[in-house]
Design a binder for this molecule. Sequence first.
Ligand code: G6Q
Length: 563
Amino acid sequence: MSQSNDTPTLTSSPAWINLEQHYSAINTKKMKILFAEDKDRFSKFSLHFESILFDYSKNRITKETMQHLLSLAKQCNVTQWRDKMFSGEKINNTEGRAALHTALRNRSNTPVYVDGIDVMPKVQAVLDKMETFARKVRQGDWKGYTGERITDIVNIGIGGSDLGPKMVCRALTQYHHERLNIHFLSNVDSSHAESILKGEELNPETTLFVVASKTFTTQETLRNALTAKKWFLDWGATEKDVAKHFVAISTNKKEVTAFGIDPDNMFEFWDWVGGRYSLWSAIGLSIVLAVGMKHFIELLEGAHAMDQHFQEAPLEKNIPVIMGLLGIWYNNFFKAESSAVLPYDYYLREFPAYLEQADMESNGKSVDREGRRIDYSTGSIVWGAEGNNGQHAFYQLIHQGTKLIPTDFIIGATTHATCNQHHRNILVSNFLAQTEALMIGRSQEETRQQLKAAGVKLKDVEERIPHMEFEGNQPSNSIIFKELTPRTLGSLIAMYEHKIFVQGIIWNLNSYDQWGVELGKHLTEKVLEELESGNDIYQHDSSTKGLLEQYRTFRNETKRGQK
Ligand code: G6Q
């Protein structure tokens, strides 16, 4: 909803008030009763997209809930905002930029204009450059300075320049080129650089560094790139050899050149691509190197197909819209603080970390688009881990804790791994049993009967019941896909991107800026100056000062000990 001073705020709008009233009427309703009352609940509350099934029937919703939520989407002009995004309007108003990650995967190649210029020829030109380069590296025609073929690729980047490509590379492990090992260096802690360069015994003669930074000013990335360059030169290579071992991905040609990377070895992208939405751009170079251009294009095609679904499907059949609305339902009406993403797929193990950034950096905002403080909760705390491992760790809190935690369970029906069907069956039965148990729970009476049947002494049964009862009614979405192909992965990622978009529009936020991250980039400058100079230059609170002094003491003691 576009708000001005004389229009109602979100929380006093008709759709919101209707939802509040509806929430009061149904919030205690048990899902297991809803399932018992309607045998067709699964088919009514599930949607298919290509080879992906999105089942949202295990949610605390009725037909009426969805009608109210869809009215909210209409009231907030979700479709109009969606069209603005796709057409290149500058919806990132605080930075005066479009948010056009969808143009990067616009496989229909229809024109998309930014400031009156069609961006599609530029997009294609960079894809062509990536393809040519990757082909040479993959075929062994791109040689290192001693004439050796490249065997190891190190992507140096952080945040959006790391999490997306890393997640996709891990997810598509089964498609990797067999000679090429892909590494991701992000953390400025030198232990990370060391564990890759030394720990994995890389050979400078056969290693290619991909320095990925939209701005090319990010301290961590530049520091790591310098360390990598020193390691390379220390081996005996010369400055002129750098061109064969360092390439850059950036929007900032000036800084890339200043760093010493040949601009011919720079892969460009543009300010209308947000960092956390950039894996589809040149930032995906490590993906192309790992899996080849054919599979990267399939990834883009999968995302494009989801873009078309998001643009064309009616709201009530539109998966990202439904996902976004369900999130609003729990976040704002049930007051759920967090939501969990639980992939039952080893190759998707980086997906929760990727979504943490995509979601929380986009919608972790407390002022609306016009800069006014808002009076409703935004950005859910997104977290998660591989589902099967999580069962043996944190699921306890989801089952029996005091918090409502809506969950997304994700699984593929088949795996590329040498399939031992029994492994798969165990995995899938855990997936199914968990969502069922979260929904159904276990009543006191059921617990009593089970304890008795297990031969527990009668006097112990009553004592144990409160500890072993499960309230149930914990909501979950289940996402099942046929196989983790590049296309399916592309669709899955785009589905979540658009879910995040829908929520941002309903909360009237700019999902495409990240001033909190920018703050972090500048905060260290002052303290770093003090650490390097050894002098106290700035005023600090007593805690920061105390910590700084303690660090210096420890550091000096360690240095003396080393002498
Ligand atoms: C993403 C954020 C942030 C960014 C990193 C790296 O949306 O802006 O995570 O990607 O801070 O920035 P550079 O790519 O500019 O190095």
